[in-house]
Design a protein around this ligand. Structure first.
Ligand code: ADP
Length: 251
C-alpha cells in the first residue's frame, strides 16, 4: 500500500530556535525526491518529522489524510513501520552476520517468539539472499558485518531498510562517510531500488548530479525554508548557487 504525506505549515524548533519554518509540501506515492541544501538547513529534521520520529512544533503532517498528531499509538507505530531511514551511521552489529543484520529490519514486525527463533537458527535465508543479490552483496550473506568495507556495510544497511518492504524510504546522507566513487555507486543503488520497487524516496544528498538524473523532484532547503521545489531539469546551476551561497559543500 502506498502512502501520501502532506505537510501543512510545519515548523519545528529546537530549544526555542526555529529550524524549519512554515513548510508546506505534498509527497505523493512513488515520487523520488532529492532533498538538498547546506548543513544545518533542516534536512534531517524534516526526514524525522516525515517518519513520525519527531513532532512538529506547529502545523500538521497528514498521512493519507490523517494528521500524525491525532493518530493513536498503534496507527503511529504502523506509520513508523512503513517508513525506513538509512543514515550516515549504518548502526550494524559488527559481530553478527550480514544475514542477521538484514533480518533486524524485520524485528519491529515480528512477535517475540519469531525473534527468538531467528536468534537460534537462520530464518528467511532465501528472502535475504535474494535481496542481497539485488544489491550485489550475495556473496557476503554469512560474513560478519564488521569484516566488510564501508560501502559494503552501507549496502547491508540498505538491505536492512528494504527487507520489510517499506512504502517510504528516507535516506539521510547515507554516503557521507564513503569515498566519492563508492558514494556515487551507493547513491545510484538507492535511487535505482526505489524506482524498481515503486517506493517513495526522500533522499538527502550532496550528489545532485545523480539526484537530477534519477529523482523525479528536487527540493532545495535553506535555513529551514524551501528555496525551490521543482522538476530535476529546473534545478539549475543558478538555483544551486543561491542554495549553497556562503557554503563550500557543493560537490
Ligand atoms: P541538516 O540535516 O540540513 O544538516 P539538521 O536538521 O540536522 O540539518 O539540523 C538543523 C538545525 O537543527 C541545526 O542547527 C542543528 O544544530 C539543529 N538540531 C538538529 N537536531 C537537534 C537536536 N536533537 N537538538 C538540538 N538542535 C538540533
Amino acid at each position: 500500500m502506498s502512502v501520501e504525506l502532506q505537510l501543512k505549515g510545519v515548523s519545528r524548533h529546537w530549544g526555542g530556535t526555529p529550524v524549519l519554518r512554515d513548510l508546506s509540501l505534498r509527497v505523493q506515492p512513488g515520487e523520488r525526491i532529492a532533498l538538498i541544501g547546506p548543513s544545518g538547513a533542516g534536512k534531517s529534521t524534516l526526514i524525522r518529522l516525515m517518519a513520525g520520529a519527531l513532532r512538529a512544533t506547529a502545523g500538521t503532517i497528514d498521512v493519507d489524510g490523517t494528521p500524525l498528531d491525532r493518530m493513536g499509538w498503534r496507527a503511529l507505530q504502523r506509520h513508523r513501520a512503513r517508513c525506513r531511514i538509512v543514515e550516515q551511521q549504518n548502526l550494524l552489529v559488527p559481530q553478527a552476520t550480514v544475514h542477521r543484520n538484514v533480518l533486524a529490519g524485520l524485528l519491529p514486525h515480528w512477535p517475540w517468539w519469531r525473534t527468538l527463533a531467528a536468534a537460534l537458527w537462520p530464518v528467511q535465508a532465501e528472502r535475504v539472499a535474494a535481496l542481497l543479490q539485488s544489491l550485489d552483496m550475495g556473496a557476503h550473506q554469512w560474513a560478519l558485518a564488521g569484516a566488510l568495507s564501508g560501502g559494503q556495510m552501507q549496502r547491508v544497511a540498505i538491505a536492512r531498510a528494504l527487507v520489510s518492504e517499506p512504502d517510504i524510504l528516507l535516506a539521510d546522507e547515507p554516503t557521507a562517510s564513503l569515498d566519492p566513487h563508492t558514494a556515487k555507486a551507493v547513491t545510484r543503488l538507492i535511487t535505482e531500488q526505489a524506482r524498481l520497487r515503486g517506493m517513495t524516496l526522500v533522499f538527502c544528498t550532496h550528489w545532485f548530479d545523480i539526484a537530477r538524473q534519477d529523482c523525479t523532484r528536487v527540493i532545495g532547503l535553506r535555513r529551514g525554508e524551501i528555496l525551490f521545489d521543482c522538476a530535476p531539469q529546473d534545478a539549475t546551476e543558478a538555483r544551486l548557487d543561491q542554495l549553497y551561497a556562503g557554503s563550500n559543500e557543493r560537490l
